[in-house]
Design a binder for this molecule. Structure first.
Ligand code: ATP
Ligand code: MG
Length: 254
């Protein structure tokens, strides 16, 4: 199967600081791929490089066989690589539902659709968008707060809303930067369950950055270990658990 994402020798240098060095790997549709590593290892920079937020990226990045390195974040997002940020990015005054719809409007622009399809069909598309957004919020147990302003929600609920907003567009590739930070343990489990379902049933390729090692071990198909900007290991949870270099460099014991 053609990989959904191919990274070849991806390097990032921030005026002298080598944040990533020749990162190379492929990821596939339907796969949950975790990126782990100590603070400052380059995990977020890797996501920034893939999604076009670092200008100084060297190497090549192919999404569905097409080069995306050098494109703007907006262009990359439109192609179907969607991401969340480590520190949110919701509209606090809007309701959870409205925030999710705002995410959908990356794809469904009703005025544009109105011109192309006629107003009736645009309204239909919008109705479908609202129904889909409500279904997703329900799935995350957020149905009851769908119509509350996001600023009134707990940190964990806001995080869930952000993720719902990102996945509402059913992107082929989803990059989640620390998706369970701030969630209670039951909500963490729920989130991982949903992530697994999105990969397994919808065939979405998911890459996630995660510090909670138990979740990574139980919830991912493949783990990439970064240390000082380099991939020091890539493999299944079982392989990573037994990797000596990883144990020494990252888990702090051998
Ligand atoms: N825009 C930037 N300009 C300069 N240096 C940066 C920039 N972004 C990241 N860095 C540096 O690059 C290195 C990697 O940072 P990055 O944020 O990718 O780490 P991380 O693995 O996501 O860490 P954490 O687990 O703390 O989120 C760090 O030394 C960081 O200070
Ligand atoms: Mg980070």
């Amino acid at each position: 199967m053609e990989p959904i994402l191919r990274l070849q020798d991806v390097s990032v240098n921030f005026s002298g600081l080598q944040a990533l060095t020749k990162v190379t790997f492929n990821s596939h549709a339907g796969e949950v791929r975790a990126v782990i590593g100590p603070n400052g290892a380059g995990k977020t920079t890797l996501f920034n490089a893939i999604s076009g937020y670092v200008g100084s990226t060297e190497g090549t990045i192919y999404f569905k066989g097409m080069p995306i390195h050098g494109l703007s974040p907006h262009e990359i997002s439109i192609k179907g690589v969607r991401r969340t940020f480590q520190n949110g990015g919701l509209f606090p005054e809007l309701t959870a539902l409205e925030n999710v719809l705002a995410g959908l409007h990356v794809q469904i622009d009703s005025s544009f659709l109105g011109i192309v399809m006629g107003l009736g069909e645009a309204r239909e598309a919008e109705r479908e968008g609202i129904a889909r957004a409500r279904r997703l919020l329900d799935l995350m147990d957020l149905g009851a707060i769908a119509d509350q302003p996001v600023k009134d929600l707990s940190g964990g609920q806001q995080r869930m809303v952000e993720i719902v907003r990102t996945l509402a567009t059913e992107p082929p590739l989803l990059l989640l930067d620390e998706p369970v930070v701030g969630l209670s343990p039951p909500m963490r489990d729920r989130m991982m369950e949903i992530i697994r379902r999105l990969a397994g049933e919808e065939g979405i390729g998911i890459m996630l950055i995660e510090h909670v090692i138990d979740l990574v071990m139980s919830g991912s198909d493949v783990i990439v270990v970064l240390s000082s900007g380099e991939v020091i290991a890539e493999g299944t949870p079982d392989e990573i658990r037994q990797n000596r270099e990883v144990l020494e460099a990252y888990l702090g014991h051998a």
